[in-house]
Design a protein around this ligand. Structure first.
Ligand code: GLN
Length: 498
């Protein structure tokens, strides 16, 4: 039993190198991963759809043969988990909703094609809050996911299943999506790293829309090196996404250097540490500040008064966009449907939507419709758009003087399952530090900063537009200094090689 994780302990880059020198190891690695899945999946429930081992082995044999013939794919042989909000050809994609319960997409998202072109193998589709609306992965139609550090706690959300799959070694890396913190929050709660790219850096083609102007697909991994590798593969222009930036391909692994690329100036936002932050989080943040200062970086406190409006602004815009995006689920062309013959159209339409969507999704469609309706538009949506611009200008000013902004990722440790689901204000508050980066379209990373009472704590770095390289460089130095890399949560400890 203790040998289950012989190969899995390696970083992704090391694994790819090992596979190049001995392609047979790919099978062994896949078997190890599935053995871990056998042991822990019933406890944590990362996957909505796990691909059968035989199917994965078939793909793996194909990659193995290509490697034998000289294929040098950057992900050749690696198992990657994908949040169930990203479409995968002929592999069920549900968005954790009854509405899409049997949806077999006829095409792949661009990120999936990019991953498979580099030899990556999709292991399964991970659990999430329905349509990515939530912060705990309890809003899934299927089941809640449990935190591998403490099964009684939530893993964060909405990319909770991707976070737990990576954290518990059920996949080497994962894709999440982040509309208002959904990659970073679960990364912090499960002791891994997660990055939300600059808006437009990663193609959204094939990402099922929730808040179109806010969201990005991004990488989640157990260490910064793996994260940089996956980002390098998925980032880049895509003509099929009209919001995609015209950028050259970047190899982000070249920012994995222990000598800083420059003498960084870091701004800590005063409003994010003043009140409402748990002691465990503050202690970890302060230790990180101390470590970064000892590296010679200059750290100062700055104030962004408007940041206190970020959370309500985010929720108004996200719900407005959701109400429009989710209008397409009419049960006619695909997904959950009801009998439409001999019935009034609006009767069938409302039956589909009443039965297909969960309570949180319906609440947001209603509120989103309200903030966009005549008479309330100016009061809510327009006002929120103005605050968004104000925040953007504030961040621009900060980046004239500083290289990155530092905040906690979440104000507290992960709540217990069932604790916040009935208290929407408490639930929404967990997004308070993460949602700003989505409003302003800037890149942001969450990295582990400490372990308190055997629970991981994360910090967040926000960078200027296309500043992913800077984030990765600082995160890499921080990871080395703290030693917080490839953390092993409680649930997988029995399977770690002694
Ligand atoms: N928790 C936030 C929400 O429910 C963010 C979700 C996300 O990033 N997808 O909107």
């Amino acid at each position: 039993m203790i040998y289950l994780m012989k190969l899995l302990r390696n970083d992704a880059v090391e694994l790819v190198k090992l596979f190049q020198s001995d392609p047979n190891l790919i099978d062994e690695y896949v078997m190890e991963t599935y053995e871990v899945i056998d042991e822990v999946e019933d406890l944590i429930k990362s996957y909505i759809t796990l691909r059968p081992l035989d199917d994965v082995l078939r793909d793996c044999r194909e990659v193995r043969e290509r490697v034998r013939k000289g294929f040098k794919g950057r992900l050749a042989g690696l198992l990657i988990a994908v949040k169930d909000v990203i479409v995968t050809k002929n592999l069920r994609t549900t968005c954790a909703s009854k509405t899409l319960i049997d949806f077999l997409p006829p095409y792949n998202a661009t990120v999936i094609d990019r991953i498979t072109a580099e030899g990556g193998i999709i292991v399964g589709k991970t659990n999430m809050d329905e349509f990515a609306m939530g912060s705990t992965t309890e809003n899934s139609f299927f089941f809640p996911t449990h935190n591998p550090w403490d099964l009684s706690r939530v893993p964060g959300g909405s990319s909770g299943g991707s976070a737990t799959a990576v954290s518990a070694y059920e996949a080497t890396m994962a894709l999440g999506s982040d509309t208002g913190g959904s990659i970073r929050l679960p990364a912090a709660y499960t002791g891994i790293s997660g990055l939300k790219p600059t808006y437009g850096l990663v193609s959204r083609y094939g990402l099922i829309s929730y808040g179109t102007s806010l969201e990005q697909i991004g990488p989640m991994a157990r260490n910064v090196g793996d994260l940089a590798l996956l980002l390098s593969v998925i980032a880049g222009h895509d003509p099929r996404d009209s919001t995609s930036l015209y950028v050259d391909e970047v190899d982000y692994t070249r920012f994995l250097r222990l000598t800083p690329i420059k003498n960084y100036k870091i701004a800590v936002i005063r409003e994010c540490i003043e009140e409402g932050v748990d002691k465990a989080v503050l202690t970890s943040l302060n230790r990180s500040i101390y470590l970064l200062e000892s590296e010679g970086f200059e750290i100062s406190e700055v104030s962004i008064p408007a940041i206190k409006y970020a959370l309500p602004t985010y929720y108004i815009i996200a719900m407005a966009e959701a109400s429009s995006n989710l209008a397409r689920y009419d049960g006619v062309r695909y997904g959950y449907h009801v009998r439409v013959e001999d019935r009034l159209w609006d009767e069938a339409y409302s039956e589909v939507r009443s039965n297909g969507f969960g309570i949180e999704v319906k609440k947001r469609i209603l509120l989103g419709t309200f903030v966009l309706s005549a008479g309330y538009y100016d009061q809510y949506y327009l006002k929120a758009s103005k605050v968004r611009k104000l925040l953007y200008d504030e961040f621009l000013k900060i980046f004239n003087q500083y290289d990155v902004v530092l905040t906690p990722t979440a104000p507290s440790l992960p709540p217990k399952i069932g604790e916040v689901i009935t208290d929407p204000m408490k639930l929404y508050l967990s997004d308070i530090y993460v949602c700003t980066a989505n409003l302003v379209g800037l890149p942001a990373i969450s990295i582990p900063a400490g372990i308190v009472d055997d629970m991981p704590v994360g910090i967040q770095l926000i960078g200027p537009k296309l500043g992913e390289g800077t984030l990765i460089n600082i995160a890499y130095i921080h990871e080395f200094k703290t030693g917080l890399k490839n953390l092993t949560p409680t649930v997988v400890r029995p399977y770690v090689q002694s």
